[in-house]
Write a protein that binds this ligand. Structure first.
Ligand code: GDP
Ligand code: IMO
Ligand code: MG
Length: 473
């Protein structure tokens, strides 16, 4: 008898074990052994159990910095593993608890939770220098985590010359620059898709130095086409090679097996997005984007998880909107209200320290990113930043050729006019609110309006940077 069910083929022979006749077995992807079953019903049940666990994901719905680090850190206790699936040290995820503040760039935000495993997935690009520094900083706090941190073999490496090329490319663009974080992200992903990149697994290969030299030569040739920039390559290379020792000493895994076996074993997994959906390479405000797929779909290729194994999708937005770097931002405020948002929200980049541009929440944008990501639940952060605003606005439509639309145009241009709806502010502190019903009435109205307009429930309401300043509704 041979039967096909999903991707599993039932074996033809029966087995006798401990005096019992078994009809066949399922190859157990977790233990790499076999689980035996005695009839087809049992087999179907086993098959279902083996493939039923899903991975949840948190994604940014704006231009990044929505507060992903805080929410991941909060939710992490409900999971067994947190996995980063794209981006690199361009990310800056801030966590605050017990009066301390941490900014993570490459290490997942589950790292502070005891017993929780953390994976840097294959879709991430790693700068060994930044990673070593981050590890040292965490260790200096007394945190022990190296037995819980895993790095996927197939993650690509950021070389010093990738950073050099990033800086040279940006310098050559002048006023049209992307506003990159200059962490070498774009050039590294270019080498990945161009099939020239170096991966974490390569650092163990005997011909690693040859591969490095070949890629470096290519980069230097490319760099010669740009105006010269100030970059001490020799010093950066020395640091880079020294940091490889740290990278080699970490726990390396085949990320795709690691993640799928964990799911098969019934573990609960959370994927942590970096950047935001409007910075997605395909669907963001191109070319003012980053170089990876920041949306839910990115987790499938960034971890090796099949689409059907994606579970709950949590989308994060601020109660207003920010952007760091260049590119269109139609609801941006260039006046004292924008300044007030920046001051109240401490809107300065967690990676580069640059002031973030501030404006009102953009609802067509959120409808678009909710659609792209398949968002099940919204987490809204920084509602407390609006506490001292007498009134606030939400951008409801773009105005294109004199008509209102809520579709994101092919080319979003700087200064595009938008229609707004105005709300009264609440002028009250929200720090003591533990439940949604305790929030000021005007804030509750604002949240309800957002839920209705976006047709998606707001499950998490963040009222401050600290871990516990969160209302579950
Ligand atoms: P991420 O990149 O999405 O993780 O976000 P960042 O860490 O770059 O930026 C979010 C900033 O807002 C950090 O400084 C957080 O500490 C802070 N933050 C997060 N949630 C809240 C909140 O509800 N209220 C306030 N006031 N600050 C918050
Ligand atoms: P987190 O994960 C906000 C922006 C840069 C620039 C553009 C391209 O903390 O939300 P890159 O260095 O990727 O080539 O820069 O993307 N950018 C971010 N903005 N938050 C981030 O990450 C960002 N990562 C990149 O400012 O405009
Ligand atoms: Mg950030």
């Amino acid at each position: 008898m041979t039967e096909k069910e999903g991707s599993l083929t039932l074996p033809e022979r029966t087995q006798e074990i401990a005096g019992k006749t078994f009809m066949g077995f399922i190859h157990d992807r977790n233990s790499q052994g076999n689980t035996y079953f005695s009839d087809r019903k049992e087999y179907l049940w086993l098959f279902k159990t083996h493939s039923s666990m899903k991975i949840d994901v948190i994604v940014g719905l704006q231009w990044g910095d929505e507060g992903k680090g805080k929410i991941v850190d909060y939710l992490a206790t409900q999971y067994d593993m947190v996995c980063r699936f794209q981006g690199g040290p361009n990310a800056g995820h801030t966590l605050k608890f017990d009066g301390k503040k941490f900014v993570l760039h490459t290490i997942p935000s589950g790292i502070f939770r005891a017993d929780l495993q953390n994976l840097i997935g294959n879709g991430v690009v790693i700068d060994p220098i930044t990673l070593e520094k981050e590890i040292a900083e965490l260790q200096s706090t007394g945190l022990s985590f190296l037995d819980r941190l895993f790095v996927a073999h197939k993650a690509h490496l950021i070389l010093p010359t990738h950073r050099l090329l990033d800086a040279a490319s940006e310098a050559s663009k002048g006023a049209a620059k992307i506003g990159s974080t200059l962490r070498g992200i774009g050039p590294t992903y270019m080498d990945k898709t161009g099939r020239n990149g170096l991966r974490v697994g390569d650092v163990f290969a005997p011909d690693f130095m040859d591969k490095y030299q070949t890629l470096k030569e290519k980069h230097l040739n490319l760099a010669s086409m740009y105006p010269a920039i100030d970059f001490n390559l020799e010093a950066e290379e020395t640091k880079w090679f020294a940091s490889l020792e740290c990278l080699r000493s970490l726990q390396h895994v085949d990320g795709e097996y690691f993640v799928n076996q964990a799911l098969d074993a019934g573990k609960r997994l959370l994927a942590e997005g970096a950047q935001g959906s409007m910075l997605d390479i395909d669907f963001g405000t191109y070319p003012y984007v980053t170089s990876s797929n920041t949306i839910t779909a990115g987790l499938c290729t960034g971890l090796g998880v099949a689409p059907k194994r994606v579970g709950k999708v949590i989308g994060i937005t601020k109660a207003y909107c920010t952007r760091v770097g260049s590119g269109p931002f139609p609801s941006e405020l260039h006046d004292e209200e924008g300044e007030a948002l920046r001051a109240a929200g401490h809107e300065f980049g967690a990676t580069t320290g640059r002031p973030r541009r501030c404006g009102w929440i953009d609802l067509p944008q959120l409808k678009y990113t909710i659609m792209l990501n398949g968002v099940d639940e919204i987490a809204i952060t920084k509602v407390d930043v609006l506490n001292s605003f007498a009134s606030l606005k939400a951008a409801t439509h773009y105005q294109i050729d004199g008509k209102e639309t809520d579709a994101i145009p092919f080319e979003m241009v700087e200064g595009m006019p938008m229609s707004y709806r105005e709300f009264s502010g609440w002028m009250e502190d929200t720090a003591s609110c533990q439940q949604r019903e305790q929030l000021p009435a005007a804030l509750q109205d604002y949240l309800l309006f957002l839920e209705k307009t976006l047709a998606t429930p707001i499950k998490y309401i963040s009222t401050g940077p600290e871990r516990q300043a969160l209302i579950i509704s």
